[in-house]
Design a protein around this ligand. Sequence first.
Ligand SMILES: Cc1cc2nc3c(=O)[nH]c(=O)nc-3n(C[C@H](O)[C@H](O)[C@H](O)COP(=O)(O)OP(=O)(O)OC[C@H]3O[C@@H](n4cnc5c(N)ncnc54)[C@H](O)[C@@H]3O)c2cc1C
Length: 490
Amino acid sequence: MTQGVVVGSGPNGLAAAITLAAAGVSVTVLEAAQTPGGGTRSGQVTVPGLLHDECSGFHPLATDNPFTRRFDLAAHGLRWALPPVQYAHPLDGGRGAAVHRSVTTTAQGLGVDGDRYARVFGPLTDRFDAIATEFLQPMLHLPRHPIALGRFGVLAAPPATWVGRLFSTDEAAALWAGVAAHAFHPLSTPLSSAIGAALGTAAHRFGWPVAVGGSQAIGASMMSLLTSLGGRVETGVTVSSLDDLGDPDIVLLDTAPRAAAAILGARQPPRIARAYRRYRHGPAAFQVAFAVRDGVPWSFAPARQAGTVHAVGDAAAVVTAEREVWHGRMPDEPFLLVGQQYLADRDRSVGDIHPVDVYAHVPAGFRGDARHQIIDQIERFAPGFRERIVATHIRATADITADNANYVAGDIITGANTPTQLIFRPRVAANPYATGVEGVYLCSAATPPGAGAHGMCGWHAARSALRHRGLLDALDRPSEPMAADLKRPR
Ligand SMILES: Cc1cc2nc3c(=O)[nH]c(=O)nc-3n(C[C@H](O)[C@H](O)[C@H](O)COP(=O)(O)OP(=O)(O)OC[C@H]3O[C@@H](n4cnc5c(N)ncnc54)[C@H](O)[C@@H]3O)c2cc1C
């Protein structure tokens, strides 16, 4: 039987392991942390019983993609739930903008920019399944849907600041800048619209769902499925060299490229090792988990119903914040993502105390304490917030890296979204998953299609390994229990 080892149990490591196991490979996953799941861990870090997501909270690209269509995670306990409003962007004076599942409802809240918004996002939403098929894989491929992809490219290719000029109101411009800032990259660079275009459209097609029971349910369902296929996970094992692994036929590394180069050592061709060491990481996050009595009292009422709130100010403030952190400076007003997952998953709360998971975009390796800045900034858009805080739990930038080596210097998306790395990651290569060492593949978010707890990097990397060994047919053969899943939140 073919033997496989996966290093790292993030969603990509687990997706890779499941994909190998489904093709008949005997798989062991080795995980450095005591708890498996990588960026899908959750915990009770503030008040007993209150459930916080430690990393990923919202999963617009995880509910319906080739991996989740192939494998029935619902049969292993995974359920998705949507907040009433997908995301919101408050401004001063109780103004703001909000994104709903419906393009029409969203446009109705955008005043004179409503028509423009609907004309941009309506057609993309209608074609999103075809568009997502194209961008959820390595960019170097022959597109099956060139027209839909071309349409998407019109929005995705220009700098986000250019796209922002389509809108004349502060509200619509800020709404766009906020979703574009998920790229964690200056909004004035080419392709800086790509992530915002994808996530903004996905909000209408799928919503921004949370996993019921915390994002940990994603990892748990994947581990359950893996176990049912004969795979196993060992925790508390940090792999530092290929020699630690015995002699498996296939190795998949759910690690950052530099860590992969260290593990592969002299076996990796120097040219590829150099490319891995040059791989660029981006700015960092600073996290505060809050326990908040009665929730955050946002002045802009729709934000009280929104799963995610971008709390920073107008579009210009977003542009400044992202430019500053990219250049290594802490902005006066950092970009804040405020996660209110409990609005979709009420059992995460304890009575009237709710978990609110916030992170700020900060410079790579940030050593300061951003907690007071974060509280002040939320207070600006939600007066009275401070008095409602019952407990806090800080994960400073260094803590994030200590918990997960993939988040180099606090880079929670495992690699900067520079124009080059958006197209070619982790290096320019026909097969981005190949490490140059026979049988060894990179499968982390440093590979296409990039960050997110969607498993697609692991799916493609494992398929690449199976193809090389002539085992892909075994995976693609339809089998009754696995073909059953197609869960789309409506
Ligand atoms: C604060 C935060 C918020 C986020 N929000 C979202 C969100 O809302 N939606 C979303 O989709 N994504 C979000 N993300 C990003 C998402 O979590 C990651 O992109 C995703 O988890 C990447 O999956 P992965 O499998 O590539 O790596 P990871 O999930 O990072 O897992 C890698 C695993 O490998 C292990 N490992 C690393 N090196 C070794 C080694 N040498 N030996 C053994 N084990 C090793 C690590 O311990 C870790 O468990 C967020 C991340 C953070 C930190």
